[in-house]
Design a protein around this ligand. Structure first.
Ligand code: FES
Length: 138
């Protein structure tokens, strides 16, 4: 298993990324004019059409990388019965939940009709090959 050190985190290819406790994160992002962006991964460490889990003080967030190299972040909890979306099949800008195959639109966080429900989305951006997450759901 390969691993890479990013700030206070070690990023490997198959382990969840653990973030510091909330208070620690707030201290570290003070003065961030962009509004608390947290470095969570090297883009190359997220498999194409796959995801990495970021363990946050507010629950697990799945960071997806699509085949066109777009990155999306949603809570790692299916709106149906809580399945781990990070283990689903990514196609286009959607993911199929591994438990009962609901399809979630990664851009909106919404279940695709006829199913109904929403997984919280989080702001995510890629700068110079590094992935940044903001812990304010929308
Ligand atoms: S828990 Fe995701 S489809 Fe049922």
């Amino acid at each position: 298993m390969s691993a890479k050190r990013i700030g206070d985190h070690t990023v490997s290819t198959n382990q969840p990324i653990e973030l510091a406790p909330r208070a620690d994160l707030q201290a570290r992002t003070e003065g961030d004019p962009g509004g608390a962006w947290i470095l969570v991964a090297v883009l190359a460490a997220i498999p194409v059409r796959g995801a990495r889990v970021v363990a946050t003080p507010e629950g697990d967030v799945a960071v997806f990388r699509t085949s066109d190299d777009q990155v999306f972040a949603v809570r790692d909890r299916c709106p149906h019965k809580g399945g781990p979306l990070s283990q689903g099949i990514v196609f286009g800008h959607r993911v199929a939940c591994p438990l009962h195959n609901w399809v979630i639109d990664l851009e909106q966080g919404q279940a695709v009709a006829p199913d109904e429900g929403c997984a919280a989305r989080f702001p995510v951006r890629v700068t110079d090959g590094m992935v940044y997450l903001a812990l304010r759901a929308f």
